[in-house]
Write a protein that binds this ligand. Structure first.
Ligand code: GAR
Length: 193
């Protein structure tokens, strides 16, 4: 199963996938390419460190969505990778139907809350401020509804009295680093198309 990862940030979840692959814990998944919409994103360095082609792709002038040219550039570059699965690992851009339809049923996203609670930006902070006792992370298929596609799997994280926002963030990220590789491995064994 050919996997393309898209990310905008430090890339700790892409790194978790790369480590899992190195340890032969990623089933039949092969990470063939990483793209970032930020030129100096940490995710690109992680990819390069593991010998995976990793490149900045210009998304266009907007901050949270593609313009038409940027969208076309991403669709073409990803199609050239012949992916079976596209993993959004901290890709902070809303995808429109043209992109989603080009890879129907093949795009999954990682989100740092137990969806449908706390979609959108800063899922961990939202849960923290709301005072819930249990939060976590979700991997779901991407549809045109932001953070609203079918849920594949989730991991729960209990918020302890001793937690600060920083310790909670660290525990949610640790849960993500276990959940995402496990889901990708499972999909690869199920022969996802
Ligand atoms: C992760 O916590 C992921 O759940 C979140 O961005 C972070 C990326 O971290 N994604 C979203 O909030 C998407 N709405 P990373 O760059 O270290 O993998």
């Amino acid at each position: 199963m050919r996997v393309v990862i898209l990310g905008s940030g430090r890339g700790s979840n892409a790194e978790a996938l790369l480590i899992a692959r190195q340890k032969a814990q990623l089933g039949r998944a092969e990470i063939v390419q990483i793209f970032s919409d930020r030129e100096n994103a940490g995710i690109l360095a992680h990819g390069q460190a593991y010998g995976v082609p990793s490149a900045f792709l210009n998304p266009g002038p907007f901050k949270t969505k593609f313009d038409d040219d940027g969208e076309a550039r991403y669709i073409e570059a990803i199609q050239n990778c012949r992916p079976d699965l596209i993993v959004l690992a901290g890709f902070m851009r809303i995808l429109k139907p043209r992109f989603i339809d080009a890879f129907a049923g093949k795009i999954i996203n990682l989100h740092p809350s137990l969806l449908p609670s706390f979609p959108g930006l800063d899922g961990i902070g939202q849960a923290w401020r709301r005072g819930v006792k249990i939060t976590g992370c979700t991997v779901h298929y991407v549809t045109a509804e932001v953070d609203g596609g079918p849920i594949i799997d989730q991991a729960a994280v209990r918020i302890e009295k001793t937690d600060t926002l920083e310790t909670l963030e660290a525990r949610v990220h640790a849960a993500e680093h276990a959940l995402l590789p496990a889901v990708v491995a499972r999909l690869s064994m199920a022969g996802v198309k």
